[in-house]
Design a protein around this ligand. Structure first.
Ligand code: NDP
Length: 332
């Protein structure tokens, strides 16, 4: 089956339902030819959305992606590329943990330099900043767009209330509004997307580009028997992940999920990624991979979406002891 494209919320922008991001991998695991091969595999499978952030590998992830895309020679109109801002990579009083106007405008210029681009498609406020007035941040994002540095903006890991407030500020002043939120969403992390954000979809038409569909690899099944040598949880600096991905209760759910994957004749990763895409509020599931084979396997999930019938979804809900979808359906 061919890649599917979805509108980002109520905006006119369309992104592939499966996309590809640079967190962890670009820099520590992927550079040069291997990064280029992963991007080429994704693009070849119809992916048109590539996610990055200023802070990933301290700017290196953007440099690697920029060099690879330049080498691949993709026409600029064929892909959508994003970056995100909050933590900062320069040590100075105005450039760390902030969404102030000075930081945002300069940070975007840094991304453009590293990515070798004239403009970005989506710029995200990577986290909320309670120390900067929301008006200042919303005006800065608007000005980034009107200056031609980006075409759309959104937020990541904000509360529903904060997204709504930003949208209302933009509406009041006739500014460019946020079109998208970027929350974590996978079989283990559902509350925000399925409950908290429910107030946003029909009211202000926010779309979602969701992250960590495999819960950092846990939902690929690779951690059921311990931590493999070449896995994310073995990387220096990611020791904090080990307890999470080897949690016995979580891995017993993963084992139960393997039975469903086997019945459907799909890989566990494909099942977990496709599951995210069955939620109609998800515009794009941002996948991650440390090699091109993983990219190809994961993007095969596009063929699995239609296999997830209500009965299959219910079995998955039971494994994860959640009845969110079932109760939402009953309420309709
Ligand atoms: P996943 O949860 O899907 O984890 C991806 C990792 O799992 C890979 O790097 C790889 O790690 C392992 N993996 C992937 N596919 C397979 C497979 N088929 N078989 C076995 N192992 C596999 O996604 P990420 O956590 O990487 O997040 C995806 C993207 O989301 C990021 O690149 C980033 O763009 C975005 N993101 C955004 C955040 C935000 O705050 N807005 C936060 C985090 C991510 P390995 O092989 O090394 O074990």
């Amino acid at each position: 089956m061919a890649m599917q494209y979805r509108h980002v919320g109520r905006s006119g922008l369309q992104v592939s339902v499966l996309s590809f991001g640079a967190w962890v991998t670009f820099g520590p695991q992927l550079a040069g030819n291997t990064a280029r091969d992963c991007l080429a595999a994704a693009y070849g499978a119809g992916v048109n959305f590539f996610d990055n952030a200023e802070v990933y590998a301290g700017g290196e992830a953007e440099s690697i992606m920029g060099a690879a895309i330049a080498e691949l020679g993709w026409p600029r109109h064929t892909y959508v590329i994003s970056s995100k801002y909050f933590w900062g990579i320069e040590d100075s009083v105005n450039t760390r943990n902030t969404l102030n106007r000075k930081y945002l405008l300069q940070a975007v210029d840094g991304s453009l330099r590293r990515l070798r681009l004239d403009f970005l498609d989506i710029v995200y406020c990577h986290r909320p900043d309670s120390d900067t007035p929301v008006e200042e941040t919303v005006w800065a994002m608007h000005d980034i767009i009107t200056s031609g540095r980006a075409t759309y903006w959104g937020t990541s890991e904000w509360s529903a209330e904060a997204v709504l407030e930003a949208w209302q500020v933009a509406d009041r002043h006739h500014l460019h509004k946020p079109i998208v939120e970027q929350p974590q969403y996978n079989l283990f992390e559902r509350q925000k997307v399925e409950q908290e954000f429910a107030v946003l979809y029909d009211t202000i038409g926010i779309g979602l580009t969701t992250w960590s569909p495999l819960a950092s690899g846990l939902l690929s099944g690779k951690y059921v028997d311990g931590v493999p040598e070449n896995s994310r949880a073995m990387l220096p600096g990611y020791e904090w992940l080990r307890g999470y991905v080897t949690d016995p209760e979580a891995n017993s759910k993963v084992r139960s999920l393997m039975i469903i994957a086997a019945e459907l004749e799909v890989s566990l990763s494909q099942l977990a990624i496709a599951w995210c895409a069955t939620n109609p509020h998800v515009s794009s599931v941002i996948t991650g991979a440390s090699n091109a084979d993983q990219v190809r396997e994961n993007l095969g999930a596009v063929d699995v979406i239609d296999k997830l019938t209500p009965e299959v979804l219910e079995r998955m809900d039971i494994i994860f002891e959640l009845e969110v979808r079932a109760s939402a359906a009953k309420a309709e």
